[in-house]
Write a protein that binds this ligand. Structure first.
Ligand code: GLA
Length: 392
């Protein structure tokens, strides 16, 4: 059991609220982080490579066992409580309903489907990951919930297994067709590091951030309703391209193989596939750059990734392009790109650490004057994945 000491305002908030509500301290406190992806976008569902880092924004749950096999949890952010019996989430997928509590039900469902014997608990949940911004508050809630169940039910915590279950809960219970990246990084993140994830084998390697750099998340404060359908369409196009190459997934197509056979694909399929094939290659090059501590090379790859997502994969947006342009104007910036599914949400920039806050202020001003929209900007530290926190 990886038990960590930690100080965080949200940690104090869930513990204080728990004590007031239940008249005793919680027996377990967990945190599971959100994430930002440095490079390797729309590659996870092609069984390729991604390089995200877990950020210092997280979901926290304080909890204790109940004897009656039910779960009762208060959300301090939503001002609501959920209560359900573990029996009610066995066997079938109920009607899909949205809301934060469906992630708790979904995890209880999927863990029971996987054969785990779960015990009931009561607790309090809160977090500071902006919801809907593309920073994986859903995956964090899934991994935090799974971690509480594992801890209180006396189950071994195997992060890749739990990430797979979280993905399945999201796909089948919540009905969102995501890949494995978000759950993996929320489960396995490592402080000070990004994580290379092979989305086929689920092997991981922690890669240190280049010395003297900071990662800045640039939220455009725009959200697009069509993300889900566009995401599914891109997945289908990638699968069609893999079939044309007669491989299980685009992961199996090298840049050389692509160049040899690209003329056999129609124009749209060719551009979609070219993004995925080159993005996988860029992600592995980015790992190499990080191993060398080469921020300039990493930044260049991030810029190339953005151009590919914008022109070939077509998942960027006017605001994301504007944000990236504002970031690249700053001398402190090594590189910037849209991050996550796209169409709205966040960009990510790699910048000189000493200039990170000045960079944030200049980019905010540039973006606001170009679009009339006030962005949200977060200078982020890379943190550990889902963990149990000591109460002291
Ligand atoms: C979303 C999904 C991930 C991944 C990214 C794009 O964040 O949840 O699984 O596909 O989009 O890289």
């Amino acid at each position: 059991m990886a038990v960590q000491h930690y100080d965080d305002p949200i940690r104090r908030k869930v513990i204080n609220d728990f004590e007031q509500r239940f008249g005793a301290p919680p027996s377990v406190v967990v945190r599971a982080p959100g994430r930002v992806n440095l490079i390797g976008e729309h590659t996870d569902y092609n069984e390729g490579f991604v390089l995200p880092m877990a950020i210092d924004r997280a979901i926290w749950i304080a909890a204790r066992l109940r004897q009656d096999r039910s779960v009762m949890c208060h959300s301090l952010d939503f001002g609501q409580a959920v209560e359900f019996s573990l029996e009610s989430v066995k066997g079938h997928v109920s009607d899909r309903r949205s809301g934060w509590h469906e992630y708790l039900r979904g995890i209880a469902w999927v863990m029971q489907q996987a054969g785990y014997h779960l015990r009931g608990w009561e607790g309090v949940v809160a977090g500071d990951i902006p919801v809907g911004a593309g920073l994986s508050s859903s995956a964090a809630l899934e991994m935090a919930t799974a971690r509480v169940f594992a801890e209180l039910s006396g189950l071994a915590w195997d992060p890749p297994t739990m990430a797979r279950l979280g993905q399945r809960a999201e796909n089948e219970w919540v009905g969102v067709n995501c890949g494995i990246m978000d759950q993996m990084i929320s489960a396995l993140g490592k402080a000070g590091h990004a994580l290379l994830i092979d989305c086929r084998s689920l092997e991981t390697e922690a890669v240190p951030l280049p010395p003297g750099t900071a990662v800045v998340v640039l939220d455009t404060a725009t959200r697009r309703g069509l993300v889900g359908s566009a995401y599914n369409e891109r997945r289908a196009q990638c699968e069609a391209a893999a079939r044309l190459f007669r491989v299980p997934a685009l992961r199996d197509v090298s840049v050389e193989m692509f160049a040899l056979h690209a003329d056999k694909l129609d124009e749209l399929t060719r551009r979609r596939a070219r993004h995925v094939v080159t993005e996988n290659a860029r992600t592995l090059q980015a790992v190499e750059a990080m191993r060398q501590g080469d921020a300039v090379a990493l930044g260049r790859l991030m810029n190339e990734s953005h151009a590919s997502l914008r022109d070939d994969f077509e998942v960027s947006s006017k605001e994301l392009n504007q944000m990236v342009q504002c970031a690249l104007k700053e001398p402190a910036c090594y590189g910037a790109r849209m991050t996550g599914a796209g169409f709205g949400g966040c960009a990510v920039a790699l910048v000189r650490a000493g200039d990170a806050y000045a960079f944030a202020a200049s980019v905010a001003e540039c973006y606001r004057s170009a679009t009339g929209i006030a962005p949200n900007i977060y200078v982020c530290a890379a943190t550990n994945g889902a963990e149990v926190i000591l109460l002291s």
